[in-house]
Design a protein around this ligand. Structure first.
Ligand SMILES: Cc1cc2nc3c(=O)[nH]c(=O)nc-3n(C[C@H](O)[C@H](O)[C@H](O)COP(=O)(O)O)c2cc1C
Length: 207
């Protein structure tokens, strides 16, 4: 017969970790798609997705996916207008949020606390709860407005992670560059993705 302690141990299970993922209307919809796909390799994590109207447009313009197909990659999806969704409250426990890609409009909204949609409200909550916020901010060239907003958010503790080209890992194509950005973004949450080439840990010239 099992003792009380053993029974309690069986009943106790570790709740899955939650990552809020937002896609906004900057170029690079594929980055968000690949991040959602990658997260499926981590069954102990849930992805809570919100897609802005701008992102619906870039998904259509830049990828072979429909917005509905992208949404199917997430554990849970929330309409961007639903400012009363669970991720709009700090009491809903998450490990943080990634906005990938992050447009300059969304960046500005986050920087000013102008939370008129669920992407912005969830980011506002992430900041107020002092959780990790990663902004894969994309525009080129960057204006002083963009740079000031980035500096302000970086000073608040957000991670500004523009999808920059990286050559030291000897990328073969855009897939490798994409994977590297995703590896860097998920690294903030201690999620180690397969094939992420870390400097100093492998002889990357030999791969
Ligand atoms: C094909 C396409 C590409 C775009 N690329 C960018 C971009 O790289 N960076 C950016 O800040 N805005 C870009 N925009 C403009 C944003 O989508 C627009 O400012 C939108 O209002 C952003 O809203 P959201 O952040 O709520 O998605 C792009 C728009 C389109 C249609």
């Amino acid at each position: 017969m099992k003792d009380k302690k053993e029974k309690l141990k069986e009943r106790h299970f570790e709740a899955p970790k939650r990552l809020v993922v937002a896609m906004s209307g900057a170029s690079g919809a594929q980055l968000g798609i690949e991040l959602l796909k990658t997260m499926q390799d981590f069954p102990h994590w849930e992805t809570h997705l919100v897609v802005s109207k701008g992102a619906e447009r870039t998904i259509e313009q830049e990828t072979k996916f429909t917005t509905e197909e992208v949404k199917e990659l997430a554990t849970k999806v929330y309409p961007v207008e639903d400012i009363g969704a669970s991720i709009a409250s700090g009491t809903f426990k998450t490990e943080g949020m990634v906005i990938i890609p992050c447009s300059m409009k969304t960046l500005a909204g986050v920087a000013t606390g102008y939370s008129d949609n669920l992407v912005l409200r969830a980011a506002d909550v992430t900041i107020k709860e002092r959780r990790n916020l990663v902004l894969v901010a994309r525009e080129s060239p960057l204006s002083p407005i963009h740079l000031k907003n980035m500096l302000y958010l970086a000073e608040l503790g957000a991670t500004i992670l523009p999808p920059m080209l990286t050559y030291y890992n000897h990328p073969v194509g855009v897939e490798d560059l994409t994977k590297h950005i995703i590896g860097k973004a998920l690294n903030i949450f201690d999620i180690d993705i397969k094939g992420f080439k870390r400097w100093g840990e492998t002889d990357i010239r030999a791969i």
